[in-house]
Design a protein around this ligand. Sequence first.
Ligand code: HEM
Length: 443
Amino acid sequence: MYQNHRRPNEPAIVFSFILNLGSAISFGSDPLTFLRENKKKLGSTFCAVIAGNRTVFINDPEDWKGILRLPKSMLSFDDIGKEVLVSSFYMNARTADAVQFEGAKVLHGQFVKYLQGRDSMSAMTGRAQDSFEAQLSQLRLPCPPSDPVPLFSTLSSVVFKATMSSLFGPDHPLVSESSYEDFAAHDANFPFLAGGAPSFLFPSSSSGSAGLRSKVVSSVGDVKGLMDARDSYFKEINLSPSDRAAAQAVIVWASAANTVPTAVWTLAHIASSPSSLSSVRRELSALSAVDDMPYLDSCVHETFRLKSSSMTVRKVTSPVGVTLPGGARLRGGDRVAIFPPLQHMDPRNFEEPETWKGGRFVDEPGKKNLVMPFGGGASKCPGRLFALREVKVFIRAVLTEFDVEVVGELPEFDKTRVGLGINGVEKGKDVMCRLRRRVGKRE
Ligand code: HEM
């Protein structure tokens, strides 16, 4: 009601005529310009109404750490997390509560143990690597081989299946082309669902998600990893099979949605930069472990820097509001948002920020700390170590199997996903590449 009215000590407000929609369109179509221009006019912390939510943007990266450290009694992700579970993953409120609140501690402990523990990570990496090698050796190439192939269309399902194999084992029904199609159908409308649009508007998303849920609780064979541990916990708290499926399907999406575009973009950028390609090939020929390849590591971080737009959001928990460390007064229910591309694209941090430079972090590894694709604070991605490793294993597998030559310019990224993670390729476009099996690798 009083969204556009500024009270004493509150941050300045971006005025909008359409109360419920607010600044959603100008923010969504070009967030960097929106934030930079309003920062100039209103100061580094200001409020904008985004799709009905008063959202306070903190635009000075110096303030971010302090914000992310504030206790849950002031700012929390939990309510927003629950909303997303219900709106985007078709979860009922009871299951969402179990995942986001009651089970949070147990489930978080499982993330740490299985997604970051050394033994579990190396077992997962091994399954991903086997899957990449098997899939790439059987990949059907065009005839004649000089015809270019669309990289995203060709390799996204390869990354999806390897990720499923790492989580569930190679024989699980999710390691299949049809499951990739279900995932892609659900994912395609994810920005609308996460934004709160009613799910009946997107029947292909709900049937894609239903397809994944119908398979996700199938036996995981002898893979005693994260998914098995979660399933045991959900049985212990008496969730029904369909509720267990909904809770497990979240991990299917979280594990693949950002890993797929990161992997394909990194490959596309490396292949379109002759100096990066030869530096990566030099590291590969030394046969080091992927964790010991600083140039490749730099390339993946450079892709994160340029393609990620994961926005970290919190909600003011106390109904009477809070005062932020800098003195700004916020109302109960206000959202607080941090948008890392402000830091990623700042020429004071990165020379020629619009340009992908594979070796950017080799001499300045400390600058990787300025790159934030995984969110921060309590909701920071628990899969980050595995994701980074999986992408490197993917690049190594592709470049071992193929010579990759990019044809033409790289297309833009998909701007409709801004705020949600790693941006995929612009709709209707792809990266066109010639793939030739390397000598000694031909069947
Ligand atoms: C490049 C790849 C990835 C990126 C950029 C990424 C990014 C993110 C981000 C930004 C969040 C937090 C969202 C927030 O703060 O609101 C998140 C959460 C999460 N991610 Fe990732 N992620 C990646 C890969 C993975 C992988 C491979 C897994 C699992 C195998 C995974 C599992 C999760 C889970 C379970 C959560 C939710 C954590 C929770 O509920 O506390 N992610 N991810």
